[in-house]
Design a binder for this molecule. Structure first.
Ligand code: ADP
Ligand code: MG
Length: 481
């Protein structure tokens, strides 16, 4: 019985190369459809209005602000131009008090501005802002934003632990600017971006072959450099650089080739953002145009994210273990309270079990007992748990690689057209800490590209973080020059 549960899971979550090639090809198709017209794809392909990525030649002092997960960071970089690059950097990380995540926007932005004011106050006196130059800042705000220009964007909705009703639909830069004025801070917000765009910019500063920035953390997203004339939905004047960074919002990618199991379906239905609610209008439009979209594709919201990112992998494994326990005697007589608690098993827990190299899987035993109150497991049972984790993590890493292959395919950098070096920079806690995920992602991408083409593609971990990227984009879009 237990073997059957694992066997079914393995079968349902299989990701043979042929399937991944289909996922990649469809990702490239969705990218084209999303660039064609607003609403043309579930992958939104939003214009970031970043049309000048940093080159390394920027000079001066710039500020960055990073608001995304639970912490926010203020930082300051001194850029020395060409050979010197980043001469000095200072940063401070502050935990956002929980009550501010669901209070009013005046309180949240007031708190951010006051932290920034303290940070600006201890600025080195040698860094003068003479010549009428204003201080400039780049703001990394990793929530869905409808962008209207490089420094104007309205909040579409909050995600993660944030919920501040009065900010929805409002201009977030305006909110920040007002709060800064109240603190007597004279700082110009030169750019509003998200973490994927920031990751791209941070790496591009050092290496002009960087074409994309990708996040695998709590969630997942990707941003890449597109030719402005390859964006039919673009209505304004084309930028001088000829380039435009696209914020893909690829977490919502869907293809009928995605290996979605019963556990993922249940997770989607019970999640904060289930498919059926989010896509009500999508269902209507599907019926209206009689589209031949895959049956019940509209059930899934952010499904690619749910299959590949840190917030969900532990939770999927918990669901499999629960079924295993309810349908077989694998864990013996146990109290199911913890095993039944949503999101109780977290991705760092499964990562620790997955990397257990002790001969008797001691760490697996410990984690099962500590987190799920499953004690006295046999070695055979522990091996089975690792097997389940491996199935879920491998599927995630292989689908992640297929997404990257999709971007390369769209750009003709999969070896099909452009025979040049391409660097993709990746950030996020999952990519950074989950070694097996990272290795599997890398080998799968090579497998998909083939030996020749994979020599031209480099995957790099972003070590500077998104805050720096925002300060660098503020520099490349500076008005002080
Ligand atoms: P965010 O995406 O909120 O900016 P991070 O990039 O720091 O945050 O990613 C945090 C996520 O990374 C966590 O939700 C967790 O799923 C994952 N993570 C953190 N540490 C580990 C670990 N040791 N092993 C696997 N995943 C981890
Ligand atoms: Mg982050």
């Amino acid at each position: 019985m237990a073997e059957q549960v694992v066997e079914d899971l393995r079968e349902r979550c299989a990701t043979p190369a042929s399937l991944l090639h289909d996922v990649a090809a469809e990702m490239a198709d969705e990218m084209r459809a999303g660039l064609e017209k607003e609403g043309g794809s579930r992958v939104k392909m939003l214009l970031s209005y970043v049309d000048k990525l940093p080159t390394g030649r920027e000079e001066g002092l710039f500020y960055g602000l990073d608001l995304g997960g639970t912490n926010f960071r203020v930082l300051r970089v001194k850029l020395g131009g060409n050979d010197k690059r980043i001469v000095n950097r200072e940063s401070r990380e502050v935990a956002i008090p929980t009550h501010l995540m669901s209070g009013s926007s005046t309180e949240l932005f007031g708190f951010i501005a006051s932290e920034l004011a303290t940070f600006v106050a201890d600025e080195d006196k040698g860094n003068s802002f003479a010549n009428g130059n204003k201080r400039e800042l780049g703001f990394t705000f990793s929530f869905p934003v409808r962008q209207h220009s490089i420094s104007l964007g309205t909040l579409v909705k909050w995600t993660k632990a944030f919920c501040i009703e009065d900010a929805v639909g409002e201009d977030v830069v305006g909110k920040l600017q007002t709060a800064m004025e109240k603190q007597g801070l004279d700082i110009h917000v030169a750019a509003l971006i998200n973490d994927a765009v920031g990751t791209l910019a941070g790496a591009r500063y050092y290496d002009e072959d960087v074409i994309a920035g990708v996040i695998f953390g709590t969630g997942t997203n990707a941003a890449y450099v597109e030719k402005a004339n390859a964006i039919p939905k673009w209505e304004g004047e084309l930028p001088k650089s000829g380039d435009m960074v696209i914020n893909m919002e690829w977490g919502n990618y869907y293809s009928c080739h995605l290996p979605v199991s019963e556990y993922d379906q249940a997770l989607d239905k019970e999640s904060l953002n289930p498919g059926e609610q989010a896509s009500f209008f999508y269902i209507l439009s599907v019926h209206a145009v009689g589209s031949a979209l895959a049956e019940n594709s509209f059930w899934f919201f952010q499904i690619y994210e749910k299959l590949t990112s840190g917030m969900y992998l532990g939770e999927i494994v918990r669901r499999v273990l629960l079924k295993l326990s309810l349908q077989s005697a694998t864990f013996g007589e146990i109290d199911h309270t913890k095993l039944k608690t949503h999101f109780h098993l977290r991705t760092p827990h499964i990562s620790a079990m997955h990397h257990d190299e002790t001969p008797d899987l001691k760490i697996v035993a410990e984690k099962l007992e500590e987190t799920l109150e499953i004690a006295g497991t046999s070695l055979e049972t522990r091996k089975m748990v690792v097997e389940i984790i491996d199935i879920i993590a491998r599927r995630a890493a292989r689908l992640a690689a297929a997404g990257l292959a999709g971007i390369l395919k769209k750009l003709g950098r999969d070896g099909s057209i452009e025979k040049r070096r391409s660097v993709i920079t990746i950030d996020g806690g999952m990519f950074e800490h989950y070694v097996k995920f990272r290795k599997c992602l890398e080998t799968t991408l090579s497998e998909l590209l083939g030996e020749e083409s994979s020599k031209l593609v480099v995957i790099k971990h972003a070590d500077d973080g998104p805050g720096i990227g925002a300060a660098l984009i503020a520099a490349s879009h500076s008005q002080n020059r």
